[in-house]
Design a protein around this ligand. Sequence first.
Ligand code: CO
Ligand code: CO
Length: 295
Amino acid sequence: MALTPLKNLLHHALQEHYAVGAFTTFNMEYTRGLVETAEENQSPIIIMFGTVETDYAGMERLCSIILQEINWSKVPIGLHFDHGNSYEIVIKAITSGFNSVMFDGSHLPYEENVDITREIVRVAHAVDIAVEAELGLVGGTEGETGIEEPNTETAGLTDPDQALDFVKKTGVDALAVAIGTAHGLYRRKPTIDIDRLIAIRKKVSVPLVLHGGSDTPEDKLLSSIDHGIAKININSDLKAAFTRSLRSSLSNAPDDIAFEKHLSQATKAMKRVLQQKMELFRSSGKALGLLTHSF
Ligand code: CO
Ligand code: CO
């Protein structure tokens, strides 16, 4: 049983100067690939999904598949609901087995984001579930894996003073910040505002989260880890490896109907990219330290 609270995962990451990768899954094969790679690299991870995957597989069904894999595994793993866009869906996530949830009210007027987030924190904390919220606008479309323009509008980026006010008023456990990344793959190189991250870090002590980590320059990811990012969300990079492999495997052997073989190949391709992420985030080898840490 290695289902691990978000707080422990992120506390240990901050303390040991690494980031926990949060990876989006949508089915059993993919989930197994995530867990196996975590075990092979002795890395803590967070497995997550959001509304797109809920529509595909069903929230409770996918949760129960993931929880079974987590129960069988020996490395610390969190199960996180990504980008909940309403009070109702986040409450549903809490009752479906996630041990942390994100409410994303970043598109709402500020006071409304504060009010709903605060109420969700109140309910979630009563049943020991951690809450991530978001302030500022990360580019691209949540849950989608399209080609996106990086967010270059300073206006949409997280304001450090507002971040302090938000964390104080809501009591969130982790805060997703907008510092120039976008969801999906990039049309052109993003500008990551590390100075802004440093300014936010000075004001706010909760662990910070970077969304849109795919396709982002590695040096920027590393320096974001150095400045308080404890969780990095990745979807597109893994899905691209999976889908490209599946496409070539199917077209290389058009008469081979053993779909499980094609799927295994695709999962292997995804696992190779995942391993690189764990190395990059410096989470490889951190599982034991986390499991034996006293919180
Ligand atoms: Co996101
Ligand atoms: Co400690």
